[in-house]
Structures are given as structure tokens and as C-alpha cells.
Design a protein around this ligand. Structure first.
Ligand code: AMP
Length: 417
């Protein structure tokens, strides 16, 4: 399959070529024809599968057909709802890249910053509005946004909208939008409230399921360490010394956890930074920028802050803490193994987390390989633990915790995939 086969406008095709998208990803192959035909869509697809372009390409193509050389009055034709500011910015970047040979203007709106500039930009006129639900409703109530010309509504990362408590705002926005709109919903998982939302508001949709939570990417090599909670930092240090990775994402469950791991790594000579919701918006953007530009090598993030982070070819994800919701594991490891690149996902399972890990393996229907080269394994078996976990038991080295980054082991770094 090629992009030419979709009969896209040349202005869109050229932009696709500039991005070096040689062939459509599976979600693009399925979704683009449906959306070019202006049919409603409910798609189960994770971030990292190329889903942004799967909706951006046909939307841009359809708007370009209408606005052409740009003489038409600018009005909001498409609204893309995104749960987080970071994700909204990334979607806008993708739209801008794909619309660069058209007259289509995009604008991204999010809360936590003054609204004046956003209001001025709205007055200048935009075709595609990418926004978090809260700021959208604020500006709509103040009559800075008109939906009279709106034709397309995209609800992205619907399950995260639910997790973050935005579902009511999303419903409000759906009700505000014209009834003849064309609606697209994307979600990595389909929990009941999202299925109900789809049934209520997008009843005639084409359904596409791809890379569902049960079907983690074949490109991701998953491994697990059974490690005592108090030894996790030492294990992290050990693993970083063993591996030849330049940039990686480390997940913690709490903001405090992210800060303390970042501090620990910095003390040990790594360029690390914590990304979480307690940091100001400008700080979060700077941290992401530094990571993208390789000023920082290790990003330690909580789930909400990291959702949707799109770093080209992020090779390694480490689950320092195990999430209590198994779907979150799938989201986390979906930061690696993206767009055809291989990735490695390592998980540190404390004894208190064995139930979470069990739920994850049940969801992904996979027994993840337990790493035996583990100097800090569980010290004694846990009653009721799965038999396989015991392979990870052993004795911690006496001086293992004192090893430094400059140790000889650095010379023996190895690739794991
Ligand atoms: P997404 O799932 O939208 O977050 O996309 C993940 C990454 O895949 C982004 O960096 C996109 O630029 C990239 N991408 C999207 N479509 C393609 C494609 N057809 N070929 C190669 N890379 C792609």
C-alpha cells in the first residue's frame, strides 16, 4: 500500500513525502479511506501507531478541497480534543507539518497559561483547533469560539480523557457541536464508559481495532526484574551501567517518586529530569524540549505527564514502579517500539506489586521474560507467587550498591535487542 493509492491532493502528498512516511501504517491504511469518505470512526489504537496522521491526513485533505488557495473566510472547521497540553502540542506539530503546502491554519489551546494570546489568535481565524477540553469550554463560554462552521470533531485518547475526569467536558463539547458533524474517536483501550459514549454520540461509526491492549507491539522486547522495593534505585543504576542506551523514559507512579529518582540519577552523574504535573507549564515544555534535543538523557515521568510523548525512536522504557491499572502498562511501553523501530521495555516488580504484574501478564497474554542477571532479586519467595517468578531469586552482591558509572562494566555495555 502507498499513500498515492488514497488519491490524496498533491499538496498533502508532498508533505507526507517530506516527513519520510514511505508507506501507511496499519491504522492509516484502515482509517484514511474511511475518513476521506467522511464516515464516522471509532478506532482502538495506541499512540505510536501513527494514529495522529491517520486522522490529520484525511482532515487536511478534506479541508484543503474546500479552502483551496485560501480565499475562503477562516472558520473553525475541525476541533481536535486532546487530554493533555503536551499531546495537544504534538498533534498540532503533526498537523502543521502535514498542512505545510496548504493554506490551512492550526491553533493549539490549553490551560495553565494566560488566554490573551490564544484569544488574539482565534480572532485572526483558524481552520483546525487542537485543544484540551477545559480551556475550550472556558473560551467558548466567553464567546471567543464559534462552532457554526465546524464539521469535524476528533476525540483523541478517549480513555485518558476518562481517567483524567474529562468525560463530562467531552460530552458537553459534543453537544455544543453541530449535529451534522463528522466524528472520530480514538482510544487505546475501550472501557465501558467510552463504549457508551460512542454508542450514544457516534452510533453509525465504522469500528477499527488495532494494537489493542492485548496485542502489544511485536517490536517491543519486554523483560522483567523481580526486585525488592528498597533495591530499585540500585538496580536502576546497575541496569544503566549494563546497557548502551542514550535516552530513555523511566516511569514512576508518583510525582515524589519521579523527583527522587531524578535526584538519585543526577547524583550518580546522569543527565536526568523529572516530568510531572506539579511543574509549571513552561517548565514541562522546557523539560520535554531538552529531552528531545538530547540535553537530558533520562526523563522520569508520571503517567499523566508522559502520555503522548512522541520522541522519535525512543529505544528504552523502564517501569520503575508497576502501574495498578494494567492498561497503563501497555500505554507506557507504547512509548518505545514506535513507527517500525525496535524497543526495549524493562519492568521492576517489587514484591508488593506482584498482583499488578500478574494482572498485566493476564491482559497482554504474555509471560514476560524474567531477567536472571539481577543482583538485587527478591530475597525470599512470596507465598502464592507464580512459579516462574522464582527464577529471579538469588543473592545480592555485597558491594553491588557501591558501583559507579565509571566502573569497568561501562566498557562492557551491550545491546539487548
Ligand atoms: P502517533 O501514533 O501519531 O503518535 O505517531 C508516532 C510516530 O510515528 C510519529 O513520530 C509520526 O511522525 C510517525 N509516523 C506516523 N505515520 C508514519 C508513517 N506512515 N511512516 C513512518 N512514520 C510515521
Amino acid at each position: 500500500m502507498t499513500f498515492e493509492q488514497f488519491s490524496l491532493n498533491n499538496n498533502v502528498l508532498e508533505a507526507v513525502k517530506d516527513l519520510n512516511y514511505t508507506e501507511p501504517t496499519p491504522i492509516q491504511t484502515k482509517a484514511i479511506p474511511v475518513l476521506l469518505d467522511e464516515k464516522d470512526l471509532v478506532a482502538c489504537a495506541q499512540t505510536g501507531t501513527g494514529k495522529t496522521a491517520a486522522f490529520a491526513i484525511p482532515i487536511i485533505n478534506n479541508i484543503h478541497r474546500i479552502v483551496g488557495s485560501g480565499k475562503k473566510r477562516k472558520q473553525i472547521r475541525t476541533v481536535v480534543l486532546s487530554p493533555t497540553r503536551e499531546l495537544a502540542i504534538q498533534i498540532a506539530e503533526n498537523f502543521d507539518e502535514l498542512a505545510k503546502y496548504t493554506q490551512i491554519r492550526t491553533l493549539v489551546l490549553y490551560g495553565g497559561v494566560a488566554q490573551n494570546q490564544q484569544v488574539d489568535a482565534l480572532k485572526e481565524g483558524v481552520d483546525v483547533l487542537i485543544t484540551t477540553p477545559g480551556r475550550f469550554l472556558d473560551l467558548y463560554k466567553q464567546k471567543h469560539i464559534s462552532l457554526d462552521g465546524m464539521h469535524q470533531l476528533v476525540i483523541d485518547e478517549a480513555d485518558l480523557m476518562l481517567d483524567m475526569g474529562f468525560l463530562n467536558d467531552v460530552k458537553k463539547i459534543i453537544k455544543l457541536s453541530p449535529t451534522n458533524r463528522h466524528t472520530m474517536l480514538f482510544s487505546a483501550t475501550m472501557p465501558l464508559p467510552i463504549r457508551e459514549l460512542a454508542e450514544e454520540f457516534i452510533s453509525d461509526a465504522v469500528h477499527i481495532t488495532l494494537n489493542s491492549a492485548k496485542n502489544t507491539s511485536q517490536l517491543i522486547n519486554q523483560k522483567v526484574y523481580m526486585v525488592e522495593k528498597e533495591d530499585k534505585r540500585k538496580l536502576l543504576h546497575y541496569v544503566l551501567q549494563q546497557l548502551d542506551f542514550e535516552n530513555m523514559l523511566v516511569f514512576t507512579r508518583t510525582k515524589q517518586g519521579a523527583d527522587s529518582v531524578a535526584e538519585f540519577l543526577e547524583k550518580n552523574g546522569y543527565k536526568a529530569a523529572a516530568l510531572h504535573g506539579d511543574k509549571s507549564q513552561s517548565m514541562r515544555l522546557k523539560i520535554l524540549e531538552d529531552f528531545k534535543n538530547r540535553q537530558t538523557d533520562i526523563l522520569i515521568a508520571t503517567d499523566v505527564a508522559s502520555r503522548g510523548i512522541d520522541i522519535d525512536a525512543l529505544p528504552l522504557v523502564i517501569n520503575f514502579d508497576i502501574p495498578n491499572i494494567p492498561e497503563i502498562y501497555v500505554h507506557r511501553i507504547g512509548r518505545t517500539g514506535r513507527a517500525g523501530n525496535e524497543g526495549l521495555a524493562l519492568s521492576f516488580v517489587g514484591r508488593d506489586e506482584k498482583k499488578y504484574w500478574h494482572d498485566i501478564e493476564k491482559l497482554i497474554r504474555l509471560q514476560v521474560k524474567v531477567v536472571k542477571d539481577n543482583p538485587y532479586p527478591w530475597k525470599e519467595p512470596v507465598t502464592g507467587a507464580k512459579k516462574d517468578y522464582r527464577k529471579g531469586f538469588g543473592n545480592a552482591p555485597k558491594n553491588g550498591s557501591k558501583s559507579r558509572k565509571s566502573d569497568a562494566s561501562k566498557k562492557n555495555k551491550k545491546r539487548w535487542y
